[in-house]
Design a protein around this ligand. Structure first.
Ligand code: LMR
Length: 333
């Protein structure tokens, strides 16, 4: 009788475990630090929708926005450890991982426009940069756009002298550090999730970011002034744990790749509008005074920031900077 009960229990257990495990989906945890209503946030949601659809539910994507799981630095460590499978960190956050070449994107005025961005990210330079992640146990899948940056603080930032002594939050990029030092400001690395509070309490005076990031973090509530300077760029590399990616079953991987390709097109197609809408919404809120730079003011900033390019050549790579500039400024017709 005892034997029978044991056998029955095993069969019951098998019945429970067997079919369930055959059906249990492969879970992709996608962690990021921004709000859902941003270009990256929506790109992640689109990827979830498409990956689950194309794999008929064999893959389940769990998106964790707003640093819910991890902050800037921890998320990359979590990816390497396999605690999450997918991230899309800003290109300014790969230095601590030892891939400092991505900081070429942070150089002031390096990208004249979005067409140049497309040539870089879709061409050999973009591919070579992603390949540098492989030895770190990371596979780079795509570039997602956000946009050009504005400056915010509690005082107007018209001339270079206005930055003197301002405590400006930066992402963990040495290029951004050099940029603010060149302006006479004091750069401070801070996780994205901590920026609003640091502004509110006066730990920092301001920051540079895309309008969409400023708006969705409500920075306009605690920043009286903004200059639409477009002096630099924020974009992302969508990255996945290499071991996880390489181990995806052959009947699943192409569908996930297809979902990623389409989510990439989607994210990149909405980024400009998201940022334009964010500026309009912040202007409407009326708590921040916006300054549109004149061409002469832009020249003044450019002149002050030009030395940063030479100064950072040893860190980022002189050849990389040169080929990047060549491609960025190439005539397309
Ligand atoms: C920041 O940390 O300022 C941003 O890059 C955050 C993000 O992911 O857009």
């Amino acid at each position: 009788m005892k034997k029978f009960v044991l056998a029955a229990a095993s069969i019951a257990a098998l019945a429970l475990v067997g079919p369930a495990s055959a059906q249990s989906p492969i879970v992709i945890k996608f962690s990021h630090v921004v709000a859902t209503n941003t270009p990256k946030g929506q790109g992640a949601e689109k990827f979830k929708e498409l990956a689950e659809k194309y794999t008929n539910g064999k893959v389940k994507v769990e998106v964790y926005p707003n640093s819910q799981l991890y902050k800037d630095k921890e998320e990359v460590e979590a990816l390497q450890l396999g605690a999450v499978q997918m991230l899309a960190p800003s290109l300014a956050k790969f230095g601590p991982l030892g891939v400092k070449e991505f900081e070429v994107f942070d150089l002031p005025y390096i990208l004249p426009d979005k067409a140049a961005l497309g040539r870089i990210t879709k061409g050999p330079i973009g591919k070579a940069l992603l390949a540098k992640l492989e030895p770190k146990g990371i596979t780079g899948l795509a570039y997602w756009d956000n946009g050009f940056k504005i400056m915010t603080a509690n005082k107007p930032m018209i001339h270079v002298a206005d930055f003197q002594g301002l405590k400006m939050r930066i992402q963990s990029s040495k290029v951004l550090e050099a940029q603010f030092r060149a302006l006479g400001a004091i750069p401070q690395v801070l996780a994205f999730s901590e920026v609003y509070q640091a502004m509110q309490t006066g730990v920092i005076d301001g920051n540079e970011n895309t309008p969409s990031n400023c708006y969705t973090q409500k920075m306009h509530e605690v920043q009286k002034h903004a200059t639409i300077s477009n002096h630099g760029y924020i974009g992302y590399a969508v990255i996945v744990n290499k071991k996880f990616w390489d181990g995806l079953p052959a009947d699943v991987k192409p569908q996930v790749q297809k979902a990623m390709d389409e989510a990439t097109e989607f994210a990149n197609s909405i980024s400009q509008k998201e940022n334009d809408d964010a500026i309009a919404a912040m202007k409407k809120a009326g708590t921040t005074q916006f300054h549109d730079q004149t061409p002469a003011e832009k020249e003044e900033w450019k002149k002050a920031l030009q030395p940063v390019v030479d100064e950072m050549a040893t860190r980022v790579g002189k050849d990389l900077i040169e080929s990047f500039q060549k491609e960025a400024n190439a005539k397309t017709n």
